[in-house]
Design a protein around this ligand. Structure first.
Ligand SMILES: [Zn+2]
Length: 409
């Protein structure tokens, strides 16, 4: 990181010092259709203005299209090959264990949030779930807390005492739309008081996992969001909105989940205990998706038949199977944290380990999930005009670049 008072340089990219507060919002699971449908329904007038008059693009998220890899890409400006966070979960070959990747020790580069704070900017981060807080707040001086644990904040640890009282809403349930509303409400309160130079808000996809674009529940969520975003804009902020991934129904016409249980197939072909299927979507909060997504990585025994990948690729519902080198090249992933094969399932299909390993009893709505190529397209909106060539391939992790470097009016 380097800073000279007018810009900072981090991970090979240079960012201008903000002239006015910049708020980057990551709307978890925001398939572009959610915004289109909410605007069409008249539920999101502020977003409608941005789409019509300012900057509105559909851009590519990071594959695997999961929460942590994409949030970390957005705040570092680089893909997982550089920052190292390629899932919620990975197989640590050195430790010989499946480990959560939510500890900052797995992060391989600095964040823009830390870099701006270190250079003297006032920085604030609010995230819905606490699982992201330590990664996003790594090495960062400023305000950083989660809705989930807003009742436990201290000045020393989170940069703010009693965030719950500060925001003035009840502590939301971890599985609720209110968990995300709390993030926006906190963002507005912070803008009204601290007025951070840089703010990052990250929601949860509870609503998107349950409700399709254009449904009353989804439109109500976007209406809520629209009101808070309008307040941030009215307070003078440049607001850039993007998403960590899209979201699709993973069901057949009757609403039953379409699941390929990879471990069951591999055990049948090669014998139990020979291979290891890792689902990087797995985290402590799996009730709404049963740990089922569209991306898996498979560890094979030494000398395994090269035909295994081809056999997996022929299973109905599988979109693509790549070996580690090809997957890491194509998706910009860290090779040492990926298995021998990467398996991506089609738009309406998920991959599981063994059927017996997945508890689907918590699914009270038809399965909607993400992780694959079919959830890579996400919105990138800025409430200002920006100068980017119309044919440039933009990524969600260009959000800070757009908001800081490319605003023209
Ligand atoms: Zn997500």
């Amino acid at each position: 990181m380097s800073a000279n008072g007018t810009s900072i340089t981090l991970n090979g990219r240079t960012y201008r010092w903000p002239e006015r507060p910049v708020v980057v919002v990551c709307v978890d699971g925001c398939e572009p259709d959610y915004i289109t449908a909410a605007v069409a329904a008249g539920a999101a007038p502020w977003l409608g203005e941005v789409v019509a008059r300012h900057t509105s693009r559909v851009v590519d998220a990071v594959v695997p299209t999961f929460t942590n890899p994409n949030n970390l890409s957005i705040v570092t400006g680089v893909p997982p090959a550089v920052h190292g966070i390629c899932g919620n979960y990975f197989w640590d070959r050195d430790a010989g264990a499946e480990v959560m990747m939510n500890d900052p020790k797995y992060l391989r580069c600095g964040t823009l949030l830390a870099a701006f704070a270190q250079a003297g900017a006032s920085v604030a981060v609010v995230t819905a779930k606490d699982k992201l807080r330590r990664l996003l707040g790594h090495d960062m001086q400023g305000v950083c807390f989660s809705s989930e644990k807003a009742d436990q904040t201290t000045k020393a640890e989170h940069g703010i005492d009693d965030a719950l009282a500060f925001v003035g809403l009840p502590l939301p349930d971890v599985y609720s739309a209110a968990l995300s509303e709390f993030v926006f409400a906190a963002g507005v309160k912070l803008m009204e008081s601290v007025r951070p130079d840089i703010m990052y808000l990250s929601t949860t996809d509870y609503v998107q996992h349950k409700h399709a674009p254009g449904t009353p529940e989804a439109n109500a969520f976007y209406r809520m969001m629209d009101g808070y975003l309008a307040q941030l804009a009215a307070l003078g902020a440049t607001v850039a909105l993007t998403a960590d991934h899209g979201m699709n129904a993973k069901t057949d016409a009757a609403g039953a989940p379409k699941i390929v249980y990879l471990q069951d197939h591999l055990d049948a072909w090669l014998g139990a205990g020979q291979t290891r299927v890792i689902l990087p979507i797995t985290d402590p909060y799996v009730v709404h998706h049963g740990a089922l997504g569209s991306f898996a990585t498979v560890y094979l025994p030494a000398g395994a038949d090269a035909g295994i990948g081809k056999r997996l690729a022929e299973l109905p519902g599988i979109e693509v199977v790549l070996d580690r080198a090809e997957a890491c090249r194509r998706f910009q992933l860290p090779p040492d944290r990926m298995g021998d094969l990467v398996v991506v399932s089609e738009r309406h299909t998920v991959v599981g380990t063994a059927a017996a390993q997945h508890d689907l009893s918590g699914l009270d709505a038809p399965l909607r999930s993400h992780g694959g190529l079919s959830e890579q397209r996400v919105p990138l909106l800025v409430n200002r005009r920006t100068s980017v060539p119309a044919d440039a391939r933009l990524r969600n992790f260009d959000a800070f670049d757009l908001a800081l470097n490319r605003v023209t009016a």
